[in-house]
Design a protein around this ligand. Structure first.
Ligand code: LIP
Length: 273
């Protein structure tokens, strides 16, 4: 895909994300018609579904030949090399349900299974993150950069998530990893949106984030924001990020990513997307 086409993709994704922001704020405070998915802590609201339909319809109109993956409608992800829009209509649904403002819409585009464009918009935080491969990362139109002076876990503010699975293997992994890393760093925050966590590392507010159990739609868009802000998005065991293998370390630099990955005692192997 050439840069002109990528720019057109970004312009359309941004205009749609802003419209989605309006849908999210309009729904806030109203009954959200909530249902459970895989566990009592894995929820979907009427707004998630409405946003996903809106984005699919609009993007299909502009890009009829592209493929589409969305959290609420793609049972088997099957990421291919084709240009693919990857949508999380509301990332941080649990926050949305509770009116905790750390929630966003996430629109990513992959080509050859690599994320090349990311648009992440949080209407409640008034933050619009945008990035295209090779063109830098921006928040509300201003360039952003990862933190520059963090060289050891001892000086790092970290972000992680409990996630929304509740099985014993996952619970054990979360607590053992937290216990191993938690006392070695400046602090740990768990805020409930994978996409915004990655964007906060991109903006230099935190130094690294890790999670096991997330999906391609939680990370595709924001991984571009992070890498374009000078950070790294990698597999927890090291090596390149695989968008379909359900785990990520996003960090301000490779050394912090390696230190974090080497400190985590459990690297969950989950069924791939
Ligand atoms: C959620 C994430 C959250 C993570 C959960 C889940 P959803 O996305 O952003 O941070 O811990 O595993 O993936 O379901 O709100 O789109």
């Amino acid at each position: 895909m050439d840069s002109k086409e990528l720019l057109r993709c970004q312009q359309i994704a941004v205009s749609l994300a802003i419209k989605v922001g309006q849908m999210m704020t309009n729904a806030s405070g109203e009954s959200r018609n909530i249902s459970q998915k895989d566990s009592f802590a894995d929820l979907v609201t009427e707004t998630d579904k409405a946003v996903e339909k809106f984005l699919f319809d609009e993007l299909k109109r502009h890009f009829p030949d592209f493929k589409f993956i969305g959290e609420e409608s793609s049972s088997r992800v099957g990421l291919t090399s084709e240009p693919t829009w990857i949508i999380d209509p509301i990332d941080g649904t649990m926050n949305f349900v509770h009116t905790f403002p750390f929630t966003c819409v996430s629109i990513g585009l992959t080509v050859d299974k690599i994320a090349v464009l990311g648009v992440v918009f949080s209407p409640f935080l008034s933050k619009l993150y945008t990035a295209m491969k090779g063109c830098g990362a921006y928040c509300n139109g201003r360039p952003i950069s990862v933190s520059k002076n963090c060289n050891s876990l001892k000086e790092a503010l970290l972000v992680c998530e409990f996630g929304n699975q509740r099985d014993e293997e996952k619970r054990n992994a979360v607590f053992r990893n937290l216990e191993s890393v938690g006392w070695l760093c400046h602090g740990i925050r768990c805020m409930g949106s994978a996409a915004l966590n990655l964007c906060y590392v991109a903006e230099g507010f935190a130094d690294a984030y890790w999670e096991f159990g997330l999906h391609v739609w939680d990370m595709a868009a924001a991984a571009v924001v992070l890498t374009e802000a000078g950070g790294v998005a990698v597999d927890t065991k090291g090596g390149p990020l695989d968008l379909t293998n359900r785990r990520i370390i996003g960090a301000c630099n490779q050394s912090i990513a390696d230190q974090l990955g080497n400190t985590l005692p459990i690297h969950l192997e989950l069924e791939r997307d």
